[in-house]
Ligand binder design. Structure first.
Ligand code: IMP
Length: 191
């Protein structure tokens, strides 16, 4: 169950969840994304990768990443819902929006915001692999290795972070805070 947020309309939060200490600032994000894009551009030279952005959390990451790529590329999106409570997933995943086009024979690069237990990504990879792509790799902006329940091959990782719930740069808590230009810990504060 997701907790309700209470703040005055458009005003400053006086109580309830809010951004706490910064985990990755905007400059570090930009620099790391530039490095990831350089590695991907070199690995995919001569190919046309299809980036699969996982909605909604990966929107900023996939758009910044693809603007920094030096190889021709395409993008498609999937939206999945992972059943669970506000801060952990159960591994039971439902596809809310599927890809627009088949991926058979394509070099697919799944672009994820964060890999926590790995259950969502594991389901997604199984589903995509069954469609016969030429290759299937993952680029995750963040991972929380301590929380991993399944060993997954993640080819490109932006940052490994400790076991904290984080928000910003696409990541939400109850749909809020996606628009923060940096990644911060969620701070729970009583009112
Ligand atoms: P997993 O199945 O446990 O790996 O969960 C992956 C999904 O849970 C991510 O794609 C996010 O949507 C969400 N998630 C996991 N950890 C966080 C977090 O710290 N902040 C925001 N969303 C998170």
């Amino acid at each position: 169950m997701r907790a309700g947020l209470s703040d005055s309309a458009g005003g400053e939060r006086t109580h309830g969840p809010r951004p706490g200490s910064v985990v990755v600032d905007a400059q570090a994000l930009a620099e790391r994304i530039r490095q990831l894009a350089a590695a991907i551009s070199s690995d995919y030279a001569g190919r046309v990768p299809l980036l699969v952005g996982v909605l909604k959390g990966a929107v900023f990451f996939v758009s910044d990443l693809m603007r920094a790529l030096e190889v021709p590329c395409e993008v498609d999106f999937m939206a999945v819902a992972s059943y669970g409570d506000a801060t952990s997933s159960s591994g039971v995943v439902r596809i809310l929006k599927d890809l627009d086009r088949p991926i058979e024979g394509r070099d697919v690069l799944v672009v994820e915001d964060i890999v926590d237990s790995g259950l969502t990504l594991s389901y997604l990879l199984r589903t995509l692999r069954a469609r016969g792509p030429a290759s299937l790799e993952v680029c995750a902006l963040l991972t929380k290795p301590e929380r991993r329940k399944i060993d997954l091959p993640i080819r490109y990782v932006g940052f490994e972070i400790p076991d904290r719930f984080v928000i910003g740069y696409g990541l939400d808590f109850a749909e809020r805070f996606r628009n923060l230009p940096f990644i911060a810990e969620l701070e729970e504060r009583g009112g």
